[in-house]
Design a protein around this ligand. Structure first.
Ligand code: FAD
Length: 363
């Protein structure tokens, strides 16, 4: 059977990688090369990394400790097993994925696709199945009436070359002024850091906010050095499209709203769906369930953290200050929440819940 994949970002390449084992794959990509424009931090769980082991060369470092709280350092510490999460250099990762896909016999066509028909026609050429992986713009998905309507923020990364205080760890800061509607991050690697933040549209100049985040990270002695690169893009925080398929066409990645709602992470869900495509081929629609339902539920669990005000964040993280949680799970946020509640115990959970009224009454 012949399958067309439209878009060679992470989700299109992941789909092509799995589908080229059960079908003849043709990839359509508007750019001559993959991995551009750069936008993503490239952090994935151990589980996702295991599926991408062939791209070891693109690994920039392992991240085993996360601090989640305020920029002043009040909050909760999450520790994981060795290799709990991994940071990839995204462009290199996609280049390696393309090399592997081509070695499996797939074809790469440098072309911008304008039209896809539910019967499986791509620009007039008939395929047995079509996978749309065109990114957040979801133009083709809209014409098929299967595009998601997720909440979107704009995120930016600053890459810094220099010393970091705790290589292998990440700080995540919830702060209404530094990251309006999302969170800021400081990723510390050996000899390198990635500092970033995001904002809801129209609320702030994200580049300036990222520079403030860097200033604070430097003041706290977390990062030293100069910015060597800046890049960013749209981060989607759910909900996904519940039925991202029509006729012979299936939609994946950002174009289907396949993102972990709390972090916007898109690599895990599109890799899971890609594995499902191979498993259930040619019934591509079976790959989405129950993942999309879970991402849908996680959307509404994540909203208080995204929509919080400063008072809420202060109360929440002051009450959780000093707690340490050991987690093996990173991708399933419902499981993470369950484990966190168990680790915090009744006292910790009640303390955390006591901050909720500040969401509605920021006194
Ligand atoms: C600042 C930032 C940080 C992030 N950090 C992380 C992270 O740490 N971990 C994580 O898991 N996720 C992260 N994400 C999210 C992740 O980057 C996205 O979910 C992921 O890149 C989406 O991949 P995709 O293949 O669906 O879309 P894209 O990467 O946008 O790829 C779409 C591809 O399709 C091509 N295309 C589009 N339309 C057409 C057409 N009509 N014809 C031909 N080609 C077309 C485009 O040129 C592009 O190559 C981050 C995002 C941002 C912005």
């Amino acid at each position: 059977m012949r399958v067309a994949v439209v878009g060679a970002g992470f989700s299109g390449l992941a789909a092509a990688l799995e589908l080229s084992e059960v079908s003849e794959v043709t990839i359509f990509e508007e750019h001559k090369e993959v991995g551009i424009p750069e936008h993503c931090t490239g952090i994935v769980s151990k589980r996702v990394y295991e599926g991408l082991k062939f791209a070891e060369e693109a690994v920039e470092g392992k991240l085993e400790e996360y601090f989640i709280g305020t920029k002043e350092g009040k909050g909760i510490r999450i520790k994981g097993p060795k290799g709990f999460t991994v940071k990839f250099q995204r462009k290199r990762l996609e280049e390696i994925m393309l090399e592997v896909v081509l070695s499996k016999g797939a074809k790469f066509i440098n072309k911008f696709v304008k039209e896809v028909n539910p019967k499986g026609t791509v620009e007039g050429e008939r395929f047995d199945r079509v996978v749309i992986a065109e990114g957040w713009g979801a133009e083709i998905a809209k014409t098929l009436h299967v595009a998601p309507k997720p909440r979107r923020v704009y995120g930016i990364n600053l890459e810094i070359e220099g010393k970091t205080a705790f290589p292998g760890s990440v700080e995540v800061w919830f702060d209404e002024l530094l990251a309006p509607g999302f969170f800021a991050w400081v990723v510390m690697l050996e000899g390198k850091a990635v500092v970033g933040t995001a904002s809801e549209p129209g609320r702030a100049n994200v580049r300036k906010l990222a520079e403030k985040v860097l200033e604070i990270a430097k003041r706290r002695g977390l990062v030293e050095g100069e910015v060597v690169k800046a890049y960013g893009g749209v981060i989607q925080t759910g909900p996904p499209s519940l039925a991202p398929y029509r006729g012979r066409v299936a939609v994946t990645g950002d174009a289907a709203g396949l993102n972990k709602p709390l972090t916007g992470g898109g690599l895990y869900p599109s890799l899971e769906v890609a594995k499902g495509y191979k498993k259930f081929f040619p019934k591509l629609w079976r790959a989405y369930h129950p993942l999309v339902e879970r991402l849908y539920a996680e959307t509404y669990l994540s909203r208080p953290l995204h929509k919080g005000n400063q008072k809420f964040y202060e109360k929440l993280f002051n009450s959780l200050d000093g707690f340490e949680i050991y987690l093996e799970e990173y991708d399933n946020h419902i499981k993470v929440l369950g484990k966190a509640i168990r680790a915090l115990g009744i006292k910790g959970t009640v303390k955390a819940l006591a901050s909720l009224p500040h969401l509605f009454y920021p006194l």
